[in-house]
Design a binder for this molecule. Structure first.
Ligand code: BES
Ligand code: MN
Ligand code: ZN
Length: 514
């Protein structure tokens, strides 16, 4: 897909594209010069349809108008952007995605997009979010569709058009259309492409069935990524993990006939790194619950239990293309959680990599065991400045915050604020939950250092309190993304299925200057 930002003012009425999307703030429809110009060329049909449809620019309003050759574009798509005062720059991704979603079923190859007039210094972000929105709205997991249901997206050319066309540019449009802003726009497009590719990778990994996406396969894909991007890779098999003492991770793996893999990817910047960052992603490629087996309902989406791993691998893919001043390590303790004859059992006491002992009381709380050994590995062997972990860890988090918001918990408020800020800029919902020490009493064990899990109350917090026992003094932020890993409806840049949640926030976190 190509993204262009014509520097000379385009005559909208003569521009030859298959569709042109007009995006308007609520209540600003009558002030839009583009709309006026098009309406004029269409003998006022546009304004009368606007009236018939009672279009006022509310957030989810939209309609299509066929132009029957009267202007250069075959269709005009009009979309509401909601109130200007509620607008955030990352809404450009949402709005572009909606326009592209409207256009794609009609098999368009080229489309123009007219965003509302924005600050000229936003050109780079606009380029980023336009490309992310268009590319991600065009994402399809269609490798298993056959026949007529397989409809490849044809969209090739996206032209971003100034909100004010023609020979009378106002200050805003003139500066936005200047050459330097066009360069900034293209810089943004380059970044947006890399992020979109990373998100698409995460979605592909998560959407794939667990029969294909085994721990060994995940390691093979990490190897491909390492070769493509010049990353360091080390993959530990069960024997090597045993020698190191990763007994928590191995216990989860032992009920399955699929071998586990501990994946460690490293990105090193050319210059001396600003800091060393570890990204850990929960990578349970299928979670049956083990002997504490799940119900059919509960197990249905459990191929997605490696969504954290998808997020950190997707982010690594993006940032190794864009480049970054940090040294970045990605860890994925990849395993299935199955109830085979060798499965770990309730009542077992296991010794983790850092020497702490854990009493097992629910084999379905497997994620925290795999993460605990990954955290110990990071703390002891990598000695990072900060650790971020992303995990589809608890159903309780989705109950607490709903399906679109991840729970964020941390032992270091500066690191938490940095990730919360990055998520806000990237347009991903994260909300901080507390880590009250007192709640940790439910994790007391009579026979081991700590019990694996508490009761239902505050389940996502007690899971994080368990993890906290393995991070020592290293600044650490935990993100429980059990809800937002998947979507049951189309929304902006994501369709049904895996969302690729986390990738955009991680990239933003690593590229931010603070
Ligand atoms: N992978 C699940 C959490 C999950 C649930 C993710 C729903 C996405 C959607 C996790 O391993 C799990 O089973 N958690 C248990 C924890 C309990 C046993 C303490 C849960 O949420 O029920
Ligand atoms: Mn589980
Ligand atoms: Zn799980």
């Amino acid at each position: 897909m190509q993204f262009t930002f014509p520097t000379d003012a385009q005559e909208l009425a003569t521009l030859r594209v298959d569709a042109c999307a007009l995006i308007l703030f609520e209540g600003e429809q009558s002030d839009s010069p583009v709309l006026r110009a098009l309406d004029h060329a269409l003998s006022n049909v546009l304004s009368s349809v606007l009236e018939e449809e009672q279009f006022t620019g509310k957030k989810n309003q939209s309609f299509t108008l066929h132009t029957h050759g009267k202007v250069g574009t075959s269709r005009v798509l009009v979309l509401g952007a909601g109130k200007r005062k509620d607008f955030q720059l990352n809404d450009v991704r949402f709005l572009t995605a909606r326009a592209v979603r409207m256009a794609n079923p009609t098999r368009v190859r080229s489309m123009g997009i007219v965003l509302p007039a924005l600050d000229s210094d936003a050109a780079e972000r606009v380029g980023q979010f336009v490309s992310e929105g268009a590319l991600l709205a065009s994402y399809q997991f269609d490798k298993y569709l056959t026949g007529e249901r397989k409809k490849p997206v044809l969209l090739q050319d996206v032209l971003l058009l100034p909100a004010v066309p023609g020979a009378v540019p106002t200050a805003a449009s003139a500066s936005l259309a200047s050459a330097s802003h066009s360069e900034a726009f293209q810089r943004g497009v380059t970044r947006g492409r890399a992020v979109a590719q990373g998100v698409a990778l995460a979605r592909d990994l998560v959407n794939e069935g667990a029969n294909q996406m085994t721990p060994r396969h995940l390691a093979t894909l990490a190897d491909q990524l390492a070769r493509e991007r010049g990353l360091e890779l080390s993959v530990l098999g069960p024997q090597e993990c045993r020698e190191l003492g990763m007994n928590l991770f191995l216990a989860v793996a032992q009920g399955s006939s699929e071998e586990p893999r501990f994946i460690h990817l490293t990105y090193r910047p050319k210059e001396t790194p600003r800091r060393r960052v570890v990204l850990i992603g929960k990578s349970v490629t299928f979670d049956s619950g083990g002997l504490s087996i799940k119900t059919v309902e509960g197990m249905l989406d459990m191929k997605m239990d490696m969504g954290g791993g998808g997020a950190v691998l997707g982010a690594m893919s993006a940032l190794s293309q864009i480049g970054c001043v940090d040294e970045v390590h990605v860890l994925c303790a990849a395993t299935e959680n199955m109830p085979g004859g060798a499965a770990y059992k309730l009542g077992d006491v296991l010794r983790g990599l850092n020497g702490k002992t854990v009493e097992i009381n629910n084999t379905d709380a497997e994620g925290r065991l795999t993460l605990a050994d990954a955290l110990s590995y990071a703390v002891d062997r990598i000695k990072p400045d900060v650790i971020l972990d992303f995990a589809t860890l608890t159903g309780a988090c989705e109950v607490a915050l709903g399906s679109h918001t991840a729970g964020l918990m941390s032992t270091n408020q500066d690191a938490a604020n940095a990730l919360l800020g990055a998520a806000r800029a990237a347009g991903e919902d994260m909300w901080q939950l507390p880590l009250p020490e007192r709640l940790g009493e439910v994790l007391k064990s009579d026979i081991a250092d700590i019990k694996q899990c508490g009761d239902r109350k505050g389940g996502c917090i007690t899971a994080a309190l368990f993890l906290k026992e393995f991070v020592g003094d290293t600044p650490w932020v935990h993100v429980d993304m059990a809800g937002p890993v998947k979507a049951t409806q189309e929304w902006g840049h994501h369709g049904k299925g895996a969302t690729g949640f986390g990738v955009a926030s991680i990239v933003e976190f690593l590229l931010s200057r603070s």
